[in-house]
Write a protein that binds this ligand. Structure first.
Ligand SMILES: Cc1ncc(COP(=O)(O)O)c(C=O)c1O
Length: 450
């Protein structure tokens, strides 16, 4: 097996950094200007984590490509970390969004589009009732609150190194086996161990014993972990998760925000999962902020029986702009015209092509790396086998190698999803975009191996 020469890696990373700096003078200047008004020179703190020493400033984007202020074109495999999985500004959605922009944006009153969205969500995911939010984070926050409310139980259960948005209760990890704030967690309101139980994904014994005391309101899970890398459930895991949650009266909330990459009804529809609640956001409005959460008939009955309409605005659920006309017009157009079965029939084979290309290079160079895929999302890891759970995945993160692969790709016109080596296909990504990635991947690996 080929090993990475760390000295060579450090010096290549330095070379790529210099090249990046030299080739992006306008982004550099904007970044300098931004230092005077934006904290750390970026409008949102995660944007400091790109592999270069400053972010690329975008001028425009269309489909699977975008251009930066320095006049460079990029193939976008990050796609706004799924927010633009539809491709940038898909025409049909843009038309509907533009029409709605002319006819009022937010009313705190419903439009007919909201019913269409409820009906379509029902058709796609099987759950009966729906509510809207502006983000997937809010959908998860509200789902957790309702789960606690109707079960009258204090805890939620999440999986080690999950990510469900900036939801306080979910920032709980096992630190040497002890639950507590996730490393890097900022000012946790309370130690999340007081609200949350956390276990490793794919560990049935741990699940069984966590649920046994009957004090957990709900399990919140991505059906396949995606945020610490793609980690599939082992065979039978979902059946057991459903059976154990039912047996202990624990609600099961499935977060499809990323796993919508599996198909039009997400992993839930593709694998016939039967959650009590389901949450999703990001791409459903083609980038216009929108999220939804759905409930089974039984959960809806329990919610109705335990809430009072006079308190609707003070219960801690909802938001002034949630359910606004613009977001719902965007969701309707996106689900009608963009994230369709036809689109997935195009996107999933592209992810297979991407995976095959990467696999061939890994083999050619004898690297101890592995490539993994879920629907139209794929990624490679710097370890010989896909980790089985979040803790194992966190342990194999190679920060420097990660930065090198990202930055070398960016310098060659390819944007990967930050924080891991993930690529997402849009309805407008092409074979030639994918083949370009394979060539670039080979070139940067070859440079690394020498
Ligand atoms: C699975 C999952 N759920 C929820 C969210 C939160 O999405 P947002 O930041 O748009 O609220 C994310 C964000 O990455 C996510 O990956």
């Amino acid at each position: 097996m080929t090993t990475i020469d760390r000295q060579r890696l450090t010096s290549l990373l330095e070379q790529e950094s210099q090249r990046f700096r030299a080739e992006h003078p306008k982004s550099w200047n904007l970044y300098q200007r931004a230092q005077n008004s934006l904290l750390a020179g970026v409008p949102m703190n995660w944007m400091v984590r790109w592999a270069g020493s400053f972010p690329v400033f975008v001028t425009e984007a269309r489909g699977a490509h975008f251009q930066c202020v320095d006049g460079r074109d990029y193939i976008d495999f990050c796609l706004g970390d799924t927010g633009a999985m539809t491709g940038h500004s898909p025409q049909a959605a843009v038309e509907a969004i533009s029409r709605q922009l002319q006819r009022g944006i937010t009313f705190m009153l419903p439009t007919e589009d909201s019913i269409w969205v409820g009906e379509e969500m029902q058709r796609r995911f099987g759950l009966k009732y729906w509510q809207t939010t502006l983000t997937a984070t809010d959908a998860n926050r509200f789902a957790l609150r309702l789960a606690r409310h109707i079960t009258n139980r204090p805890y939620v259960l999440v999986f080690n190194y999950c990510y469900h948005g900036t939801v306080d209760e979910t920032f709980c990890t096992l630190n040497h086996g002890v639950p507590g704030p996730r490393p890097g967690s900022i000012g946790p309101q309370v130690n999340p161990a007081t609200t949350t139980r956390v276990i490793e994904w794919n560990n049935l014994a741990a699940l069984e014993s966590a649920l046994a005391p009957g004090d957990i309101a709900c399990v919140l899970a991505e059906p396949v972990m995606t945020n610490i890398g793609i980690i599939h459930p082992e065979p039978g895991y979902h059946d057991a998760l459903r059976a154990l949650t039912r047996k202990t009266g624990t609600l099961l909330i499935i977060d499809e925000t990323h796993t919508i990459c599996t198909g039009p009804g997400g992993y839930t529809r593709a694998y016939n999962l039967q959650p009590d609640m389901l949450t999703i956001g990001k791409p459903i409005g083609s980038g216009i902020p929108a999220g939804v959460y759905g409930f089974s008939q039984e959960v809806a009955d329990r919610v109705s029986a335990s809430t009072n309409i006079n308190d609707a605005d003070v219960g801690g659920i909802g938001g002034t702009l949630a359910g606004n006309a613009l977001s719902l017009a965007a969701v309707r157009a996106t689900l009608t015209h963009v994230l369709t079965q036809v689109a997935f029939d195009h996107m999933i084979p592209l992810a297979l092509r991407w995976t095959d290309g990467v696999q061939a290079v890994i083999q050619e160079f004898g690297l101890p790396w592995v490539v993994n895929r879920l629907g139209c999302r794929a990624e490679y890891w710097f370890c010989p086998q896909t980790p089985r759970n979040g803790g194992d995945a966190e342990a194999v993160v190679d920060f420097e190698l990660d930065r090198y692969m990202h930055l070398a790709a960016l310098n060659r016109g390819i944007l990967m999803t930050p924080f891991h080596n993930m690529a997402l296909m849009s309805p407008e990504t092409t074979d030639s975009d994918v083949d370009r990635h394979t060539r670039v991947f080979r070139e940067v690996v070859k440079q690394l191996i020498g």
